[in-house]
Design a protein around this ligand. Structure first.
Ligand code: HEM
Length: 190
């Protein structure tokens, strides 16, 4: 959801930035070039790419952190170029506006880094766990909500407790590994 919002906002800001570029070209007045550049790059390019990341990995985009990050980025992508334009046209009294805008964008980019690292770690977790415990996963470490969102299937399998084993004739039989089994790994019967 936040990914779509970011991509729509990005498309709107990019159109605005490009219209500004056309206006500068027509007027042969390039004083607002820095505002145009920051609007296009932070609002157009970065915002779109971050939103695309959330769309490609919905588990990452579904977190509160991603919503906060996206909201901050949109606010900063508007405030920062607007502040640059204000400080160029109105004078240095408006300098606090682009400074605050740039800090908001910086905070959003740091948060995005946190989202990316957390998502990568959640993705890597089951691979490491499978290598350590190929069959019995009952003692797997507690996982985060993000991890469950990234790997919903692994959990229904892990905690349901049913695994498949080959018997002495080679036939595949489901076995119950839940903690309430009387004999570990021997099923519920008996
Ligand atoms: C319709 C599309 C666009 C037009 C007509 C346009 C026009 C311009 C103009 C007239 C300048 C000032 C050149 C100068 O100072 O000599 C400029 C600068 C710049 N534009 Fe664009 N632009 C467009 C799209 C974009 C896009 C899509 C981006 C980035 C994603 C971009 C990034 C920049 C940058 C980085 C500068 C340099 C700003 C500076 O030197 O302060 N522009 N553009």
């Amino acid at each position: 959801m936040i990914g779509s919002v970011m991509m729509c906002a990005s498309a709107a800001l990019l159109v605005l930035g490009m219209l500004g570029g056309i206006a500068m070209g027509i007027a042969h007045d390039f004083t607002l070039g820095p505002a145009h550049a920051h609007l296009n790059l932070i609002g157009g390019v970065m915002l779109f790419l971050f939103g695309l990341y959330y769309r490609v990995l919905p588990a990452a985009g579904g977190t509160l952190l991603a919503r906060v990050q996206g909201g901050l980025h949109i606010a900063g992508a508007v405030l920062f170029p607007a502040g640059i334009a204000l400080s160029i046209t109105q004078g240095p009294a408006y300098m606090p506006v682009p400074i605050i805008g740039s800090l908001i964008v910086t905070a959003a980019v740091v948060l995005f880094g946190v989202v990316v690292v957390r998502t990568a770690r959640a993705e890597a977790m089951p691979a490491r766990r499978d290598a350590a415990h190929p069959v019995d996963r009952r003692h797997a470490p507690q996982t985060t909500g993000l991890h469950r969102a990234v790997h919903p299937a692994s959990h229904s399998q892990t905690f349901h407790g049913i695994v498949s084993h080959n018997d002495s004739h080679g036939a595949s039989r489901p076995q119950d590994l839940r903690p309430d089994c009387r004999i570990h790994g021997q099923g519920t019967e008996g």
